[in-house]
Design a protein around this ligand. Sequence first.
Ligand code: CFM
Length: 585
Amino acid sequence: MSDLSDSTPSGSPSPDDLPPPSRPQPDPIAAREEMLSIYPDKTKKKRAKQLLVNTDPEKPAEIGANTRTIPGIMTQRGCTYAGCRGVVIGPMHDVLHITHGPIGCSFYSWQTRRNLARPQAGQINYLQYSMTTDMMEDEIIFGGEKKLAAAIREAYRIFKPKAIAVYATCPVGLIGDDIHTVCRLAKAELGINVFGFSCEGYKGVSQSAGHHIANNGVFKHMVGLNDVPDAGEFRINVLGEYNIGGDAWEIDALLRKCGIHVTATLSGDISYEQVTKCHTADLNVVQCHRSINYMAEMMETKFGIPWFKVNFIGASSTAKSLRKIAKYFDSKKLTDRVEEVIAQEMAAVRPVIDEVKARCAGKTAALFVGGSRAHHYQDLFKDIGMTTVAAGYEFAHRDDYEGRSVLSKIKVDADSRNIEEIHVDPDPTRFRPRKTSEQNASLAADGFNYRDYEGMVREMKKNALIIDDISQHEMEKLIALYKPDVICSGIKEKFSIEKSGIPCKQLHSYDIGGPYAAFTGAANFYKEIDRMVNTQVWKLVSPPWKRDPQPPARFVYQTKAGRAETDEATKTWKAAARKTADAEA
Ligand code: CFM
């Protein structure tokens, strides 16, 4: 049964309720084999673990995730510095962010992510600036600590911020600059909060390591500095929401309409002050589990704030999330208000769904992005009758695919051991359980779960392809074999996808679109996808490699049979090239 058929959606529709894809689908096992067939044996063995067919959604198979990308493979991933400075802390708009390193890292993290900020009156916004120590050869050879100290002083003199965060890039770790001592001394000298992050790009296998480092630093240096709670009832934090394209504003407005007060959104359009008092809230809801589950856990241990997973992407998922928050607070007033708001919002969204669904049902999508959106956005597609035939994360861990029940089984390898796990104890004076054990028991009896993330795989259709850290080669094969109606990914893949005649929706930046969160955002997304999958323009695309094909590459590692096959393909290519040349002469 589709939850969107009545006025009170309770959750996202099951993938089994979707209309069958209108185009015949390839055999997923053969498709997987074909994607893997080009790799040399060792690479193939490793990629095979990261490329699965969802044969039993109820019992997700073990997937290889959060391991190093094989050199030579074109990956979508970013670096640890990007995950720390760019993703988790970068959006804090009145913290001054200084990148300690050569100019490139700073330049490429300068307003490349659409984490919008609209500071309140009297607040300041430093996000338009890119500050760096601009390390040169001298500092690489003789050390950059003095230059960093000078940069902090200079930035303080000009801007007088409340806090300065310093980020180490690769060379800083290699030469051994001690940024933490520099920060400590600057903090004593200037009397403001100054702290550093050892988030060198190479620290982990992807930006995911940077999330963890950022969570640790924010928790150690910011959370808990201000014990004065906000006024207002039903105080929550929204964790893992970064206000891309204005999403956090949509969520905030919706919650306010319900009478729920957001103390802090970590980290979407957030001020330093909000971070310092987020431990005074009564509940943490987690939108992006991958980037911030560490913070949710640490806040629960130290301050007693429970957390659960929500999803404000998709109309039905948003309604479900609101209901769960209302259930947690156990107030008739709040529950009634939430139902009223859902009814109002759905009345506005339903006509859009009906209209769009009529044109989109049966179409297919493939999603390859980040560590949470490849999952969450499937709900938006389900709402309009579209099936996700293949999906994967860039840098998620096994729990984001298979659910948190596998957490204890995840092997700790050398790369993950590299990232500090900070030990947290209950705060001697400020630990305060938000619910009594009787209240929790009654919630549990009602089927209510805390710390609940079931992961992506359970919500995907049987036999869908799950591909972790997809390579460019696998993407090209996927396009050739599946011809999805739309692919969601990022800027690095966008143009090769579109040159293949398939529209690409960027799910990192939303291109120039958004917001897509909550009810109004969902309607925006449905309309955008309708436009993209139903336009005729993609049929007119003739990619340059069709007109001017390149000779097939012959790899040294290929087997005799494989080499013969490429030689044959080269012969065909030569003949075709000769024909074109003759025609032109
Ligand atoms: Fe979380 Fe994000 Fe994502 Fe992410 Fe990111 Fe992002 Fe993302 Mo780009 S925090 S994991 S590291 S939802 S920047 S706002 S879109 S890859 S899927």
